[in-house]
Design a protein around this ligand. Structure first.
Ligand SMILES: NC(=O)C1=CN([C@@H]2O[C@H](COP(=O)(O)OP(=O)(O)OC[C@H]3O[C@@H](n4cnc5c(N)ncnc54)[C@H](O)[C@@H]3O)[C@@H](O)[C@H]2O)C=CC1
Ligand SMILES: N[C@@H](CC=O)C(=O)O
Ligand code: NA
Length: 820
């Protein structure tokens, strides 16, 4: 025999799927002879039969409608595939089986009892019906098929419900049977067998796979094909990890590990007979015939990844037994696990530190209360003596296991695993690694499961492309430019930085929109205005936290004065913040300190390079100097792009208000230009720099010399402000003319020296390093211990949409490298 094929319930479940089954069998008939095929019951039929049995045992009649449904499903397939003239014969065959089934149920209803033995007989009709039907269809197509009831050769003991196979008898019977049937394609009922009295038995979980495996082993076939409804075994559960992909080749041991943790595609214990004979098993998809599937075999083919797959158990409880009396005392774990075995409690994972001070193990959550009671009773003496502190149970946990033979050859796998979880703020409650190094398991909180699976998958399988989840607030000048830049650089980021920035949320002062599947950046503003809900920042940030996406970034591109109140909560939820908004960093010092401290503690980033000098590398340079141990003596600079522009452009004869209007139109000013002209914006920037070098200064420590007359300062609206400026043109003209007479220029300069900040308009001569300025240039000079005789000077455009957005962009990219 060349091959055994097995089709599961979904493959036999509908007209469409059966169409595929037929084509697989037909193409094998042309290419691979000889082969045999095992079938499960149509999907859902076994459960319906059990349900009907339960109803019948209570004497309830509705079971007959369940049977009618089962019958009709078979008829529907039959009528589709068998031409009218051949139908009556097959209908009669199906009816005979269904009548037999009805008799069994009638018997159950009469005695109002269903034994495991009757139950096995009852469910056997599922496989018998599906196999009979497909045999009839293929016969009609002219293939030499033979319906084979597996009860004639799969011999078992009497443990109804999950019988043990008698391999000596079974193997001989199989070999004899197939020696006599070399010309036909045998179509075999899965799942069922019989005992020595000829009574029907069933093989338990994974039963039809087991049938295929027993047959394959007995006949020493070249390969077993398990046809199911998914693309083989995948690197992770595709419902949780959308990037999961099929594993082409996997070892038996890996398959065991992966499926233990919930990957339901195959149930490896049922494939044991084939494993023992080194027969490869190919998992294929009836609904995707072109797909090559997964081969499970003794040795895995070379795998380009360090791990083979990730699996998880959604819900478990962790039991912790702890106490000083456990140290060095032999027998505590022996006693513990003996009790658990006696009570038939399955232990999913065990972890004990070498201090022996505590031992913890994971169980299914529904066992938690019982386990606590049992252990408290069992260890009552130790608890009374204080040797054991008590039995502590932690619920709402999940376990994730990374599995792969490749881990043995690699160092740093667990480091990588823990580091990616840490960077995403996922707390590891417990860990376990077997000494086979085939599996590393981590227990985490259930709420983090999906996030953890995705970041782990990304790290081990897609290290080439890391997804950053972006939530952008503010779609004005900077926010919109940032979106344009991100959209334009998408390809570059993917190719050269391994980054994908996925916009998941967007908001402005009117509306907000969150879409987990992503928002197209090019049409984001239209989508926001068409589909956005009314703006509510608390709701927005709450939703971001609830989504709990890996590598989440909150980009605040507003000038809002209150928005920073959300930062702390975001940091606490492990979400990084990137912002050009200066308000948070120039607010009250204790709040500033709390924000920075929290970000540090949570391992998230708070990036704000554009707070000073827009895209100029001011903050990063300063931080680099501080980190390397330099000491700051003086910071001096022109920090306002707007004021720089004004004093570069304004000449007697021009309107000062018009020059400001130009600066606004060029995107240099704050949304409210009074902030620039009042010196407020510069004060914020120099205060931020002072804090960066470690000074605990407040706004009140700054001396600001005003440049605009009080009437302008006091204007209630931006419009009034411009009106007042018009009136004050003389004042500005005089100021500039008086400097010009001396060959001087006016510069608005901020100085931080001796822990004091002063900001004011200065007349400077042509020898001053700040004399030569153009456009919206900023200049910042750092005098430090190292840059003592000649300061380190950073100069260039310090305001404007493009340069600012690109600074925010750079922060996002640097966050990407940090997370990678
Ligand atoms: N223009 C420049 O050269 C530079 C600007 N910045 C800073 O960039 C930030 C943004 O500036 P622009 O884009 O010019 O401002 P803008 O006024 O053009 O846009 C602000 C955006 O924020 C939104 N917004 C305001 N309050 C909000 C709230 N509570 N919730 C949600 N959305 C809200 C508005 O709807 C608007 O979409 C400011 O903090 C500014 O100081 C920083 C460096 C340079
Ligand atoms: N309005 C600001 C913009 C940068 O922070 C300026 O004029 O410098
Ligand atoms: Na900067």
């Amino acid at each position: 025999m060349e091959k055994i094929l097995k089709f599961g319930g979904t493959s036999c479940g509908s007209v469409d799927s059966i169409q595929s089954v037929l084509s697989v069998i037909e193409s094998n008939w042309k290419s691979t002879k000889p082969f045999a095929v095992v079938f499960s019951a149509m999907s859902g039929v076994t459960n319906s039969l059990l349900e009907a049995g339960k109803l019948a045992s209570k004497g309830e009649v509705p079971y007959s409608s369940l049977i009618e449904t089962i019958e009709n499903r078979h008829f529907e397939v039959l009528k589709h595939f068998i031409p009218l003239k051949g139908q009556s014969q097959v209908i009669a065959q199906i009816r005979t089986l269904v009548n037999e089934l009805r008799d069994v149920l009638k018997g159950i209803a009469l005695i109002k009892e269903i034994s495991p033995k009757t139950s096995d007989l009852l469910v056997s009709f599922g496989e018998r019906l599906s196999t009979s039907l497909i045999t009839a269809i293929l016969k009609e197509k002219g293939l030499p098929v033979l319906y084979v009831d597996a009860r004639q050769f799969i011999k078992t003991d009497d443990a109804f419900g999950k019988s043990e196979v008698d391999f000596v008898q079974t193997n001989t019977l199989i070999q004899t049977f197939f020696n006599q049937h070399t010309q036909e394609i045998c179509l075999i009922t899965g799942f069922i067998g019989s005992n020595n009295q000829g009574e029907t038995t069933t093989l338990g979980r994974g039963g039809s796979d087991y049938t295929a495996s027993i047959l394959g082993a007995a006949l020493a076939v070249r390969e077993i094909e398990i046809w199911t409804d998914v693309d083989g075994m995948m690197t992770a559960d595709p419902r949780k990890v959308s990037n999961a992909f099929t594993i082409p080749s996997i070892s038996y041991a890996e398959a065991m590990e992966l499926t233990h943790f919930g990957a339901k595609v195959i149930y490896p214990p049922s494939l044991q007979p084939a494993f023992a004979k080194n027969i490869p098993i190919r998992v294929l998809n009836t609904f995707n015939l072109a797909f090559k599937g997964t081969v499970v075999s003794k040795e895995q083919k070379p795998n380009p990844y360090i791990i083979t797959g990730i699996s998880s158990i959604d819900s478990l409880a962790l039991v912790n037994l702890q106490g000083s009396g456990m140290i060095g005392v032999a027998g505590v774990s022996a006693k513990l696990f003996t009790v658990l075995a006696r009570e038939k409690i399955s232990v999913i994972l065990i972890s004990q530190a070498s201090s022996e001070h505590s031992i913890c193990f994971a169980i299914e959550p529904h066992n938690a209360i019982r386990v606590k009671e049992i252990l408290e009773a069992e260890f009552a003496p130790e608890i009374a003596m204080g040797d054991i502190e008590g039995i502590d149970i932690q619920s709402n946990l999940s376990v994730i296991a990374i599995v792969g033979e490749g881990m043995r050859k690699h160092t740093g796998v667990s480091g990588k695993l823990f580091s990616v979880l840490g960077k995403n703020g996922i707390n590891i409650v417990a860990t376990a690694q077997g000494s086979s190094e085939l599996n590393i398991s981590v227990v985490i909180e259930q709420k983090d499961l999906s996030k953890a699976l995705n970041v782990i998958h990304e790290t081990f399988f897609f290290s080439k492309l890391k997804t950053l989840h972006l939530f952008l607030v503010g779609t004005g000048l900077i926010g919109k430019t940032l979106l344009d830049q991100l959209a334009g650089q998408e390809r570059f980021l993917a190719k050269y930085r391994g980054l994908k920035v996925k916009l998941v949320g967007i908001a402005n002062s009117r509306q907000q929109l969150i879409r987990e599947r992503g928002i197209d950046m090019k049409s984001a503003l239209d989508l926001l205005s068409q589909h956005g809900k009314a703006q509510d920042l608390s709701g927005f940030t709450k939703q971001i936290k609830a989504l709990n996406l890996p590598n989440s970034i909150f980009a605040d591109c507003t000038a809002d004065k209150q928005i920073y109140t959300h930062y702390l909560g975001l940091f606490k939820s492990n979400i990084s913040v990137v912002t050009p908004n200066k308000v948070a960093n120039s607010g009250p010092y204790p709040l500033y300190a709390e924000l920075h401290q929290t970000a540090l503690e949570k391992g998230v980033k708070f990036l704000y390079e554009t707070n000073v000098g827009a895209g100029l590398p001011v903050i990063n340079t300063l931080q680099g100097l501080i980190a390397s141990g330099d000491r700051f003596e003086k910071i001096e600079g022109i920090l306002s792009g707007t004021l720089s522009y004004i004093f570069n452009q304004f000449k007697p004869g021009r309107s000062f208000a018009d020059v400001l209007r130009e600066a606004k139109a060029k995107g240099y000013t704050e949304p409210d230009p009074r902030e620039d002209l009042s010196g407020m914006d510069v004060a914020r920037k120099i205060l931020i720099l002072s804090r960066e070098i470690g000074l605990k200064l407040e706004f009140s420590d700054i001396t600001i010399e005003k440049i605009i007359p009080p009437a302008c300062e006091e204007a209630a609206t931006v419009e009034d402000f411009f009106k007042e400026l018009e009136k004050a043109n003389d004042y500005f003209e005089k100021m500039v003319a008086s400097a010009a007479e001396k060959g001087h220029v006016l510069r608005y300069i901020a100085v931080l020296e001796n822990q004091k900040i002063t900001i004011g308009l200065r007349e400077i001569d042509a020898f001053h390093p700040f004399y030569q300025m153009d456009g919206a240039d900023n200049v910042i000079a750092f005098t430090t211990k190292r840059y003592h005789d000649r300061p380190l000077v950073i100069k260039g455009p310090g305001a404007g949409a493009e340069v600012t957005a690109s600074g925010v962009f750079a922060d996002i990219v640097s966050l990407g490298s940090h997370l990678a």
